[in-house]
Design a protein around this ligand. Structure first.
Ligand code: FAD
Length: 462
């Protein structure tokens, strides 16, 4: 049996970052992975979707360029090349992660890892029909998540129904797509394929799409995605071949026919098949329970990333990895780590065209928590750069929610170009409990789209 200081189960953003950081501190690490290094995010999530969305953006610019004086004749999508570029990007980034892990001295162990009692882990290597036994002082569980397949009659074994992974592997651009579920992943795919010419319908059970988003901003996003048909307050009742049957809250029933049906009703933590229950790990709401330092109920076992159910975002998994690593290093040194994972200040981003992002509380949440709020809304059209680059009618706005009495920033939602790039600054403002006056006193470069943040802060009349 090989002994390690730390064994990590799963090499997604949580697992590989933890491995890199620990190994950089001369900790002997085994990183166990049953599929490709990089996990969901790098192989079948963040990276491939954003690569495809960038190709869609370039195509949209080519088609719409005439209003800016750039006429591209015969612009067309070469889907085979688009897919090949996506695969190249994924392969390149995966090689880069593997290189760093090897350079830092991490042992990558291929196979299916299982907790086997105490601090022992058994790795099943199907190709070699062998089992490897490892043990360690500490274990990090980072097994991630996977798409939920709801028991909708007619969905199972239906070749027309795919999940996000199937969507990334499409051999051609479908003539029509029905997206079941208007969350972040569903809306990104809707935006992507509608920009490339597919007829897209999104069916959402709730009254508004993207539940994480301020409903007013979500409505603005919906309106901006003009080429997508959104059906809200509508439940899918069954699928018959390529027909999606639905019933609206109003009682109206009908069907949407599509060449491809994307099931994107959410993701679940990977808590099965690796001995979590048998080892006695506490599971609640179908996720591994971990505290703010990512410690589980089992001594010497930490859990990070999607498997904890704290967040389903890659950057949250990164942060959880850092917090767990700080705690593990402290335990090993006999000290105490002050690092904690704070979900409230984790920003989110939706890379549709236009993109959206947010952090902190929505207006409704802030009011529900008893805050007297100031709501500051500013259109992106106040930014010269935004108008120059996006035109006179492009959608974009920022909404800041602040505490009226103190001016403390409680939440921000943004819709428009570069929102995903700007939101970290507002996350910092929340994390550091900054007030509107701090934003007012910041000097923003001109002309930039980020100036809308400053304009929104100055619109306050507190
Ligand atoms: P994962 O990335 O899921 O990795 C877990 C790894 O563990 C997997 O490689 C798995 O094979 C391995 N594993 C599991 N069990 C075992 C076992 N028993 N033995 C060995 N290995 C095991 N997030 C963002 O922040 N931004 C985005 O733009 C974004 N876009 C997304 C788009 C799509 C289509 C999808 C599906 C997800 C997207 N996400 C995005 C979410 C993001 O991918 C996840 O939040 C992130 O990957 C979670 O990281 P993780 O380390 O917890 O687990």
């Amino acid at each position: 049996m090989s002994h390690y200081d730390v064994i990590i189960l799963g090499s997604g953003p949580g697992g590989y970052l933890a491995a890199e950081r620990l190994a950089a501190k001369k900790i002997k690490v085994a990183l166990i992975e049953k599929e490709e290094i990089g996990g969901t995010c790098l192989n079948i999530g963040c990276v491939p979707t954003k690569t495809l969305l960038n190709s869609a953006k370039l195509y949209a610019h080519s088609v719409e360029g005439a209003k800016f004086g750039i006429e591209v004749e015969g612009a067309k999508v070469n889907w085979t090349r688009v897919q090949a570029w996506k695969d190249e990007v994924v392969a390149r980034l995966r090689r880069s992660v593997e290189f760093t892990l090897k350079k830092e001295g991490v042992d990558i162990v291929r196979g299916w890892g299982m907790l086997a009692g105490g601090h022992k882990v058994v790795v099943r290597q199907e190709a070699a029909s062998a089992e490897v036994e490892l043990d360690a002082d500490q274990i990090i569980v980072a097994t991630g998540g996977s798409p939920v397949m709801p028991p909708i009659p007619g969905a199972k074994n239906n070749p027309a129904v795919v999940d996000s992974t199937g969507m990334l592997a499409l051999k051609e651009i479908p003539a029509s797509i029905c997206v079941i579920g208007g969350g972040v992943i569903g809306v990104e795919f809707a935006s992507l394929f509608s920009s490339l010419g597919s007829k897209v319908t999104v069916i959402e059970m709730m009254d508004e799409i993207v539940p994480v988003m301020d409903p007013q901003m979500a409505m603005a996003l919906r309106n901006a995605l003009k080429q997508v048909t959104f059906m809200r307050s509508t439940k899918v009742t069954a699928i018959e071949g390529s027909k999606v049957l639905y019933e609206a809250k109003t009682g109206e029933k009908g069907a949407v026919e599509a060449s491809v049906i994307l099931m994107s009703v959410g993701r679940k933590a990977n808590i099965e098949g690796w001995g979590a229950q048998e080892a006695g790990l506490e599971i609640r709401n179908r996720a591994v329970v971990a505290d703010a330092r990512l410690r589980t109920n089992l001594p010497g076992v930490w859990a990070i990333g999607d498997v904890t159910g704290k967040s389903q975002l890659a950057h949250a998994a990164y942060r959880m990895a850092e917090v767990a690593v700080a705690d593990i290093l402290a335990v090993r040194a006999g000290t105490k780590s002050a690092a904690q994972f704070v979900p409230e200040t984790v920003p989110w981003a939706l890379f549709s065209l236009p993109e959206a992002a947010g952090v902190g509380l929505t207006e409704k949440e802030a009011v529900a928590r008893g805050y007297e709020v100031a709501v500051l809304k500013t259109p992106y059209a106040v930014s010269g750069r935004f108008v120059a680059e996006n035109g006179l009618t492009a959608s974009g706005s920022i909404k800041i929610i602040a505490e009226k009495t103190t001016g403390r920033i409680l939440g921000v939602a943004m819709l428009g170009a570069y929102a995903s790039e700007h939101i970290w600054g507002l996350a910092l403002a929340l994390e550091r409990r900054l007030t509107l006056s701090a934003l007012q006193e910041m000097v923003f470069p001109h002309p930039t789209v980020s100036e809308v943040i400053r304009e929104a802060a100055w619109s306050a009349n507190l």
